[in-house]
Design a protein around this ligand. Sequence first.
Ligand SMILES: [Zn+2]
Ligand SMILES: [Zn+2]
Length: 707
Amino acid sequence: MRAELEGRALPSGRPLQLALHIDGVRLSSFPLHHSRTRRRVRERVPRRVRAPVPAPLDDPWVCVEEVPGQLGLFAPWPRSFTREHGRRLRGRRHIAGLPRLLAVLQEMAAERGVGETWMFHTGDCARLALASRPPDEDLVRPEALVDLPQMRPTLLEALDRAGLLARWRPRLVPSWMSRGPGSCRECLAWTNEREQRCALCLSWGMDRSPRPCHRCGRVLPLRDDHCRRCVLFLSETQYDLDGVALAGGDQLWFGGPFAPHLRVDHDRAGEPDGLYGWRRLQAKRRAAIQTSRAARLVSPHLALPGQLDLFPLARDWSRVDDRRLPALTPSAQEVLDGFVAHIRERGWRRRALSTSIRTLRVLVAHLGAEAPLREEDVRLLARRHDFNGARVVNYLRVTGRLLPDRRSDAASARARRLADTAPQPFRAAVHRWIDVLSGQATRPSVPLAPTTVCAYVRRVSPCLRAWYEAGIGDLRAVTGEHVREALKALKGEEAKALATPLRSLFRALKREKLIFRDPTRSIVLSGIRKLPVPLPDDHLHGVLDQLPGTRNQLSFVLAAVHALSTHDQRGLLLDDVDRSQGRLTVRRPGRLHHTVYLDDVTFRLLTRWLTERHRRWPTTTNPHLLVTALTATDDSHPQVNPQAITKALRRLGLQITRLRVDRILDEAKHTRDPLHLIRLFGLSPITAMKYLRAAHPAGTRPDPISE
Ligand SMILES: [Zn+2]
Ligand SMILES: [Zn+2]
């Protein structure tokens, strides 16, 4: 207020309550803390009321101390202690093991957070338990603890911890209990009959001689060294879902119509039947397996989509224990179910493919099915005994869950390795050339087969090394003269075999703008043209009968009669066969389709092959006409291997190419019309003229455009 009156600026902040200052009136500075203190009245117990604490008693009549070594006249009689007995023992000294037991009880009291009263009662019981031991026995028998008035489980645990507890003794059944009406003498089941053995035990003992049982020791008829009761008990408790197994004793059961038995009953349909017996034990086993499976954890190594490798490393699948698999995730289970359904759909037997199913199960259990699986992993796992990967790879590829293996292409790897061994200045250029050849360069190009790429690099390598040794340090320094020099030493086909890859190398480098000009542009090779040669006349005699298998015979006829090459035959599709019209269409990429008109022999062989193909692989989805056992079951629908066509013929000294050439040449001998050859065999005009010239050397003019 004063500041306001004087016109001064007030400091910022909260407004404060002002206080009056009057003599005799004082405000508390901490009103919230102000409270009245309550006076505590200490209650005192009058001296006369407090009596001296009575000394602990020792009543010698409770648990009479027996003389060590003295034999009892009777077996120890069951006692029943009360809390009063415990009180009367408090003064007894020299109870062996008592200090140890009391120390353990103190420990337990601290653990449980209980107080004096608990110690008081357990201490009494501890004294009783130790004092009631028979003479000469240090350990307390667990079955004797039932005599105690209270705290039996606690004492059991304390004695066990203190090492004062004897082992449980098996429950003994006194002989008088198993005799007379009631229980069966052998299986101890309650039958309530006067018979000493129940009907089931009687039939059990029919053809078995009594010997001591390995488990219970009684002399009874045995199977697998066990009496009937023990066999039943063991099979009941093998998967103890119901908690039948007891510590120190066996569960008894009813006899008569409710008795458990192992016999397999069959109903009219021949199915196992009955409340007890085989089916129930099987169900228990299944339930136990399901429980243990459900308790399994999911693999900690699940691969997630988009997860990157820190560094590439091949997994060692040989150390995986396939009996203890991690639990399957729902998506992994889905993949596995899909694979099994796929197997059924294709008509394959599931049992025959159990190795493939196992492979996929191990893979998805450990890696999950969220991310695509690596082909390398499938192949590594399939190397193990009883594992199979081919079908798994196919299925994963078809469903788009496969990460194809880049390293599986041996030819590409070899080409790269050759490039690495090239002279240092040329290395990068050769690698770039391989990129261009395999279609991975900066600009798109048609990739060559990896084997061709590898062959090109292999042929060029010695030449590059020679140039390097001659002092050329860069491919830009190579001139046409160098190339001509390298080719001069070679002749004919060999020169051509080097010239082609060299030309490819420099064209690729020019295209990639690594060199300025192509030194091979001006190189022209003079070559000799080989004319087609016919086969000897008697060569084909009786070949058809010697060839094993319909497919080989068909291949032979297609080559020898219709001049189809191995490549043509591999590419034939089922849809290309038109049996009603007697025609076969041959697809040749980049050219017109060629139609083959089937003759009688070919038609018959084709029909026989189609029948055999359908009989052997009724569910195959491979669209090719020629299939083998391998390609018929392969879902990636590959063509047959060229070896499959040529192998049987080569055993007879025949080649498909020679057969084809011989056939065309034979036809050319009977005609001078190139159009006829073109129409009949689907040849190009140049090839047709080549055959005509070979067939009629005298009658044709030299080719004006031939080199
Ligand atoms: Zn019995
Ligand atoms: Zn037994």
